[in-house]
Design a protein around this ligand. Sequence first.
Ligand code: GAR
Length: 217
Amino acid sequence: MARLKVGVPISGRGSNMAALAEACADSAFPAEIVLVLSNEPGAAGLDRARDFGIETAVIDHRGFAGRAAFDAAVTARLEQAGVELICLAGFMRLFTAGFVEHWRNRLLNIHPSLLPAFRGLNTHERALAAGVRLHGCTVHFVRPELDDGPIVMQAAVPVQPDDTAESLADRVLAQEHRIYPAALRLVAEGAVTVEGERVVYPNGWKNEGRSIDPSLR
Ligand code: GAR
């Protein structure tokens, strides 16, 4: 079985990258990470990737005159590695519309909120301030608008009365690490399609889960 070749751009600690790498360490998993790429030379996730034996690259955005030039360099490096699907994992730079269109429906992101609520930064603080009773995370295909695009998978967590942004972030992150590999599996298997800017599941599929959509297998 040919495994889908995945590239993982990161900017920081890389815990979602590690969750994906752990899933891909199983040779029966339908995807493999061929490159972890960071725009930050000091990103801790680079060491974690090397610990998994994954090739790494640094493309420092500060060395480029503009976003289009940086994005072109990122695409060139990913394509050099044979990447077929990108999984953004805490990559904290916006891509140009040209980059997003080039990778259309081959570009996933994980975001720490139940989209379309709380796009952007500081999602946990904003969820607490808004008083929502459920918060969570979303894996979605990327579109040019910030944190927009067809939703593949979401997980919800309860907000507790004594939560801080940190405690809530920890609870959400644990779910991020569950749903990102699960969503990658579905996409790599070709089990989901994008129709009319919504992700469609196979006929007859039902969510048997409680707080994760779709339920995990
Ligand atoms: C994760 O919580 C991810 O959802 C978030 O950054 C964190 C990265 O952690 N991404 C975004 O906010 C993107 N808008 P990690 O480096 O340990 O995976």
